[in-house]
Design a protein around this ligand. Structure first.
Ligand code: UFG
Length: 334
């Protein structure tokens, strides 16, 4: 099977590439390397193109004759989406329309799209949320992803596109291979920032301790990036028997507060993190935890690597390797 992975040099995309490489797939990566990394392409052919280059995208899809497209390429920093919505709507929405048009033009009918729990906005319930929960994003990033979901649905109805949209909760962790993992600049995510604090690189700001939760800090549903990758592979099998449009949550049904995550890191690494309590971060919902019944029952998926311990151990191994490799100035890294 021949597949195109847009954003395959990025965090989640590269973990899918690593998984597909173990099976009989021909993989091409399309990535502009604006936030992805050459080393994350793992020797797969890289087409370095920006999705807003419509003519190039049309010709890549026409020539590639792909059986399926995994679409990860996107801008994904919530705070940046508020200050620079233009890049978010251009890259995420217009870039996706170019890709969709190119797929239809080329006769490629299977699409797996990376969406986000940010499409739900602030949940209207304290319970875990399922795919029927109203979508009401509260930031530009979430709105851009919801727009694409809606466009994909319309393309499925009109052009016989088949698509699965995955709404990720909090992607975290790194591959057990030690070859790939999370590397963002700037880093805004909780677990890498806790690990930086443990390394004494910078103290951790805890954004708010006055939420209405058991310890006052926000609750999230952390899902191992390897489990996310597995879901994408299962999606291909699902699409063969279930054409049309489907949206799935990918989470664990377990909520962990910021303080709980810090405590597990400290316990596993036997080091205290330096923390300071800061103001609430705008746009942070108090509690965001998935119901994952749909993915478990229909895709036969299980988040089996997503205990906090497994996530943090893998993230720590990756951080250490990254640091050592950078210090050796290896050309493995850009
Ligand atoms: N947090 C801190 N300090 C930090 C970083 C984060 O206290 O240095 C807190 C945040 O305030 C939040 C929690 O840790 O309460 C998790 O924050 P992350 O930035 O790790 O993740 P988010 O929940 O904000 O967002 C992530 C993705 C989004 C996606 C969302 C969907 O980054 O793209 O999950 O659930 F939309």
């Amino acid at each position: 099977m021949k597949v195109l992975v847009t954003g395959g040099a990025g965090y989640v995309g590269s973990h899918l590439v690593e998984l597909l490489k173990l099976s009989n797939f021909t993989i091409h990566i399309l990535d502009d390397l604006s936030t992805g990394h050459l080393w994350a392409c793992q020797d797969c052919p890289l087409i370095q193109v920006d999705l807003t280059n419509r003519a190039a995208v049309l010709s890549i899809l026409a020539e590639g004759k792909y059986d399926a497209v995994f679409h990860f390429a996107a801008k994904s920093i919530v705070s940046e989406s508020a200050t620079n919505p233009s890049i978010y709507y251009n890259t995420n929405v217009i870039g996706s329309i170019n890709l969709l048009d190119a797929m239809i033009n080329a006769g490629t009918r299977n699409l797996i799209f990376s969406s986000t729990a940010a499409v739900y906005g602030t949940p209207i319930t304290n319970e875990n949320i399922d795919e029927q929960h109203p979508t009401n994003p509260i930031n530009t990033y979430g709105r851009s992803k919801l727009m694409i979901e809606q466009i994909i649905k319309d393309y499925c109805d009109a052009y016989q596109l088949n698509s699965i949209v995955f709404r990720y909760f909090n992607a975290a962790g790194a591959s057990p291979s030690g070859k790939i993992g999370e590397l963002h600049s700037p880093e805004t995510h909780l677990i890498p920032n806790i690990l930086k604090s443990i390394r004494n690189e910078s103290p951790l700001s805890v954004f708010g301790d006055d939420y209405n939760t058991h310890d006052g800090t926000c609750i999230r549903d952390y899902i191992h990036v390897v489990d996310l990758a597995f879901a994408h592979k299962l999606a291909l099998q699902f699409l063969k028997k279930n054409p049309g449009f489907n949206a799935f949550n990918l989470g664990t049904e377990t909520g962990s507060s910021v303080m709980q995550v810090i405590n597990v890191c400290e316990k596993l690494l036997v080091v205290k993190a330096e923390i300071r309590i800061a103001d609430r971060r705008p746009g942070d919902p108090e509690r965001l935890v998935a119901t994952n019944q749909k993915a478990c029952s229909q895709l036969n998926w299980r988040p089996s690597n997503s205990s906090l311990e497994t996530i943090i151990n893998s993230a720590w191994r990756w951080e250490k390797l990254l640091k050592e490799t950078k210090m050796r100035k290896s050309d493995h890294f850009q």
